[in-house]
Design a protein around this ligand. Structure first.
Ligand code: ARG
Ligand code: ZN
Length: 415
């Protein structure tokens, strides 16, 4: 009887989604090397979840550091921080409340909606229906399956001309918890097909080039954020010799792999994987880009949050050969973005602008020969972080469209 009860409890514990009752998100501003050391110590010894940067080792003096501290660790973390005298701001008093508040009405409807966060099942049905409803502009293919066997749908958007056109590749949802990015890819696809023929810029783009859009890269991780743990980041693959799950897919590419800003510990949020492209999702994407290398002129990968537009390099401080052009295009793109609602972005090479981190898909694509390689870090700057309210989906997507179109037009005019 006791055994049965215990089994029951274990089963409930396994199925129940992770709750964040009483957890807080703190913003720290380390003013000295001592403060940096303290934050790293906290990160290495206490179970806290780094939101920004992605891991304790990336913290530097003067940076804003956002950490999610589980309720049980708060006393310890506050004691350490108080002794240091470091500046601490509480961004979320009770994270569970924010998780619940993030969606207007909690899964009242399963119907697809561009101004809501859609589950994978809803997105998957939508991918099929929008493609067949716009057969003149969209074609659909599967570039492979995820670790858990879900199909990675890739949509090709552009006027079908019968000959190979230059193309821009864009993906969303590398990191599972960055939900605004999944929303953006869906918005982009809809906006492209519904403004074709009326918006001269979009019409010209789709007449003369194609967009390859992968709306959800890390599908298994995304599903996990809906069912088990809203704050999941990595893939869901098993790691041999460890009970920790997943690899950081944006540390898994052949670009200074696992040298800086990445960890070889499978329990780390920035685990680089057991080898380059160890993740099937990375391999599927890399294989597609390699086989279409001659036509892919730009690679855009969408992350959140921080409001930044980054370009190579991140695995080293050295400047890209095309640095001045990449910089001026990024500046034009963020100016276009800002023109709509005044949202301020910063832009620059990854290593110097956000932090050095090797193994990213942007650097890999650039070194493969895709010149216009950019990483977006969408809204916001930390007020809501990964829990951006649904009311911000529309403005975020509208302004981001302007930046993407700016980059695409530059690519088209410089073929
Ligand atoms: N937040 C992103 C990440 O850490 C930034 C990516 C910038 N590019 C890079 N190759 N590290 O994955
Ligand atoms: Zn990310």
């Amino acid at each position: 009887m006791k055994v049965l009860l215990l089994l029951g409890l274990v089963a409930v514990a396994l199925c129940e989604p992770t709750k964040f009752v009483g957890d807080k998100v703190l913003r720290l501003t380390p003013g000295s090397e001592e403060d940096v050391t303290i934050i790293r110590e906290i990160g290495h010894t206490i179970k806290v979840d780094f939101w920004k940067p992605d891991s304790p080792d990336l913290v530097t003096v003067g940076m804003t550091v956002d950490i999610h501290v589980p309720a049980a660790q708060l006393d310890m973390v506050f004691t350490i921080l108080q002794q240091s005298g470091m500046e601490v701001k509480v961004m979320f008093e009770n994270l569970q409340e924010a998780v619940e508040a993030q969606m207007d009405d909690k899964r009242a409807t399963k119907a697809h909606d561009y101004t809501k966060y859609n589950s994978w099942a809803t997105i998957n049905d939508w991918v099929v229906s929008i493609s067949s409803a716009n057969a003149d502009l969209i074609s659909r293919q599967v570039i492979g399956n995820t670790y858990e066997g879900r199909p990675m749908h890739l949509l090709t958007i552009g006027k079908k001309t019968g000959s190979a056109k230059p193309a821009i590749f864009m993906d969303c949802g590398f990191h599972a918890r960055e939900w605004i990015t999944h929303a953006f890819c869906q918005w982009f696809i809809n906006e492209a097909v519904s403004t074709y023929g009326s918006d001269p810029e979009m019409t010209n783009l789709l007449d003369r080039m194609d967009f390859f859009v992968l709306p959800v890269f890390n599908i298994d991780g995304y599903e996990h954020t809906w069912t088990n743990d809203r704050m999941w980041r990595k893939t869901r693959s098993r790691n041999s010799g460890s009970s920790c799950i997943g690899t950081d897919p944006n540390r898994n590419f052949d670009a200074g792999w696992c040298t800086v800003g990445a960890s070889s510990n499978p329990c780390s949020e920035t685990y680089c994987g057991s080898s380059i492209e160890s993740e099937i999702e990375s391999k599927n994407l890399a294989n597609f880009i390699r086989s279409n290398k001659s036509i892919i002129k730009a690679y855009l990968t969408v992350h959140s949050y921080s409001q930044m537009l980054l370009f190579p390099y991140s695995y080293k401080y050295g400047l890209a050969a095309d640095h001045s052009e990449l910089l001026s295009v990024s500046q034009g793109a963020i100016a276009a973005l800002r023109s709509l609602y005044g949202t301020r972005y910063t832009s620059g090479p990854g290593a110097a602008t956000i932090y050095p981190a090797a193994g990213g898909s942007d650097d890999w694509a650039y070194d493969l020969g895709v010149k216009y390689s950019y990483t977006f870090e969408l809204r916001d700057e930390g007020r809501y972080g990964f829990l951006l309210p649904e009311s911000q989906i529309k403005p975020t997507c509208e302004e981001t469209m302007l930046a993407v179109k700016y980059i695409a037009s530059h690519v088209l005019n410089n073929l």
